[in-house]
Design a protein around this ligand. Structure first.
Ligand code: GTP
Ligand code: MG
Length: 346
């Protein structure tokens, strides 16, 4: 799963990446990729119970993209080049600066959003032109081209009216036709409002600019990056001093998970306690495939209990005695927090 932090110059993207990944801050003109562990307190508890040789968190890949500047042609061209390099990602995180005297995150959001729409419009317009030319030549592909042209024209109209692609693509068939273009405004995104230390409680009114089903979280990146370097005791004190209830790293990953429709299931044992990332709605057979292709191939049953039951009852024996271990088949839809022991035979 890949996401990218995008935003105007000096909005705090690199600081946020350092805060959520725990890695040192870097500031350069290249795109940097870090692996961000998914904070999961269930893994901590399970590690205490099973004392495994290792504990493995789920992860998401996060790219830190150099800041955009749309002030002049050179800036715009540089931004276009960067945007071209991130078209194949799963989602975007827009970072908005809300620290400093001239900060106006709502204005910056609108600017950024407009630029993303324009970048998509450029691609779509080029594609439309190309399809219109090709339509005149006889080809066995003609009926597909005709269908695609209709869809692209619909996108063009939407983008010209400043509507994102996601607002008009409704079916999987339509999506398949345009997928390879890598349009930006069809992807999920979330917003991080990066505030000054003394403005953590501020509310920002994005009504009318951001669709209500997109998540906007507020954090102070500089505070959070300090937090990421602390041991757990100092972290607690520091958090209560600043009234931070959930570390941004937790909030950030949760919001990405939510935007992408992801959940985690768990595997446990003496060797390893581990969290695995899957899409909501994944069947047990495909979840098995995440662990290993052999387990999928030889799948017999998914012996499943829920983390909440294990935690409430204390150990596996008690969960079994309570009749809360289930034998699920291939089509069982895996739930967040399921602890699964795959039975397989190869
Ligand atoms: N006061 C305050 N300053 C911040 C915050 N986040 C970042 N900064 C400062 O803003 C400057 C830019 O931070 P970066 O994280 O490098 O920003 P960036 O978006 O990666 O910058 P570019 O990659 O150049 O676009 C640094 O001096 C940070 O210390 C914040 O939450 N509050
Ligand atoms: Mg940076």
């Amino acid at each position: 799963m890949k996401t990218a932090l995008i935003g105007l110059m000096q909005s705090g993207k690199s600081t946020i990446l350092s805060a959520v990944s725990g890695k040192p801050l870097h500031s350069g003109i290249e795109i940097v990729e870090e692996i961000v562990p998914v904070p999961d307190e269930r893994l901590d508890w399970l590690t205490g119970l099973y004392q495994p040789k290792k504990t493995v968190h789920a992860t998401i890949d996060c790219l830190d993209v150099p800041g955009f500047s749309f002030g002049d042609d050179a800036g715009r061209a540089a931004a276009r080049r960067l945007i071209g390099q991130i078209r194949n990602l799963d989602m975007f995180v827009m970072v908005l600066r809300a620290f400093g005297d001239d900060a106006d995150p709502v204005r910056d959001f609108s600017l950024l959003h407009t630029e993303l729409l324009l970048a998509d419009l450029e691609l779509v317009a080029t594609r439309v032109e190309r399809l219109q030319k090709e339509m005149h030549k006889p080809s066995k592909d003609q009926s597909r081209q005709k269908t695609e042209l209709e869809v692209q024209l619909k996108l063009q109209a939407a983008l010209e009216a400043e509507q994102p692609v996601r607002s008009v693509i409704k079916s999987a068939d339509e999506f398949a036709l345009i997928k390879s273009l890598g349009l930006l405004t069809i992807k999920p995104f979330m917003v991080v409002v990066n505030v000054a230390e003394d403005r953590l409680g501020d509310e920002f009114n994005f009504a009318g600019v951001i669709d209500k089903h997109f998540n906007a979280i507020t954090m102070c990146a500089t505070l959070e990056s300090e937090l990421a370097q602390m041991d757990s005791e100092s972290r607690k004190t520091f958090m209560s001093e600043y009234g931070i209830t959930i570390p941004a790293a937790v909030n950030f990953v949760r919001s990405c998970y939510c935007a992408l429709g992801l959940i985690s299931f768990l595997t446990v044992g003496k060797d390893e306690v581990r969290a695995w990332t899957i899409h909501k709605g994944t069947a047990a057979l495909d979840a098995a495939g995440e662990v290993h292709s052999d387990i999928k191939r030889g799948f017999i049953r998914a012996e499943t209990m829920h983390y909440d039951d294990l935690k409430a009852l204390g150990d596996e024996k008690a969960v079994k005695a309570a009749g809360k271990v289930r034998l699920e088949g291939k089509t069982y839809i895996v739930q967040d927090g399921d602890i699964i022991n795959f039975r397989f035979n190869i």
